[in-house]
Design a protein around this ligand. Structure first.
Ligand code: AMP
Length: 328
């Protein structure tokens, strides 16, 4: 039986109805799921309630402009608003709400819960994406859908589930996608270019990563990417995270991590993926977090980088040992 969350959906819809002013935020360094869930919910509320003031905040990312333009707000105009936070469980990583005096916070997210806790909170760790949850909310409530909203939600789901490859892809994902496509009649195969269009520079950079990734005997793949390499290939700090899923299904690799120098912030931005050991606890030890098998972190020194690599390598070693003893 696929569980549909009628209760919490009713509560969320009631809250949306109750407020005239609504601000929708998501995490810093947004990905398609974060941006698309944000603009889809904003546009659906605007379509359903044309008299409400609804804004989607945070720093815009030019390569994601297809999903919709974000709003610049004056905090004073939105005092006492409902703040809806999407795709992020902790307040420090919410983008664009500095100085905003909101009356109430409501969270919809598929990450493990952290410090954001509103009276109404929908956390569904088994969901492949926040877009899947927003699609469920719109399909199961009086909130309206149009082709643009449906397209955004579809791309967010495809992106965060890595084309239905990752383990959080469930029968419910397919049920919701089916309903979304049936209801909106969108020409979904025509949308993939918005998600997968990339430069030759990026493809060449992917080659660099493949050529330079170190793989330990325990199955940890890692690479430390200096700022000069990012510049040389004409890519940016977000590119390694965008490419990390392409390194799935490598026979010799159980866990893989890209450690990218962020010279502006004097630190290293880290992406981690796993097809076995749970990695978000290790990420949390290094200023990070995320999902069990897809996490991120921040490192600030060479010593920390070494400790982090050793911790992940030990995880792989233990995982391999446990897998062998299970076979015995
Ligand atoms: P990424 O590798 O950047 O795609 O991130 C993978 C997952 O980890 C996403 O769900 C992020 O929201 C989460 N994440 C990335 N960096 C951090 C961080 N510094 N702290 C907490 N969660 C993070």
């Amino acid at each position: 039986m696929i569980k549909i969350n009628n209760n919490v959906i009713k509560k969320i819809y009631k809250k949306i109805k109750e407020y005239d002013k609504i601000v929708i935020a998501r995490h810093i360094g947004p990905d398609p799921d974060a941006i698309a869930s944000q603009t889809a919910l904003r546009d659906s509320i605007r379509l359903t309630f044309p008299n409400k003031e609804v804004s989607a905040v945070g720093l815009g990312v030019s390569k994601f402009k297809y999903y919709g333009i974000l709003d610049k707000i004056e905090n004073e105009k939105f005092e006492d608003c409902l703040l809806i936070v999407l795709d992020v469980p902790n307040l420090v990583r919410v983008d664009g709400i500095d100085g905003l005096k909101y009356k109430e916070i409501l969270k919809i997210d598929h990450h493990p819960a952290e410090d954001i806790k509103g009276k109404v909170d929908w956390t569904e760790e088994t969901s492949c994406s926040t877009c899947q949850m927003i699609a469920e909310l719109i399909l199961k409530s009086p909130l309206k859908l149009d082709t643009k909203i449906a397209g955004n939600l579809y791309l967010g789901i495809v992106s965060d589930s890595d084309r239905f490859l990752l383990s959080y892809t469930t029968p419910k994902t397919f049920k919701i996608v089916n309903e979304l496509l049936e209801e909106s009649k969108i020409d979904f195969t025509s949308l993939y270019n918005y998600l997968y269009d990339r430069s030759l520079d990026e493809v060449r950079f992917q080659g660099y990563l493949a050529n330079n990734m170190i793989v330990t005997e325990h199955g940890l793949g890692y690479i430390i990417i200096p700022n000069e390499v990012i510049k040389e290939y004409n890519v940016d700090l977000a590119t390694p995270s965008n490419l990390i899923n392409s390194f799935n299904f490598i026979r010799e690799v159980i866990v893989w991590t890209f450690i990218t120098e962020d010279s502006k912030n004097n630190s290293y931005k880290v992406s981690i993926r796993s097809h076995g050991p749970v990695v978000n606890k290790t990420a949390a030890k290094y200023n990070g977090g995320g999902h069990k098998f897809a996490s991120g972190a921040r490192l600030t020194s060479e010593e920390e980088i070494n400790n982090f690599i050793n911790d992940l390598d030990t995880l792989c070693e233990e995982y391999k040992r446990a897998s062998i003893s299970n076979i015995d």
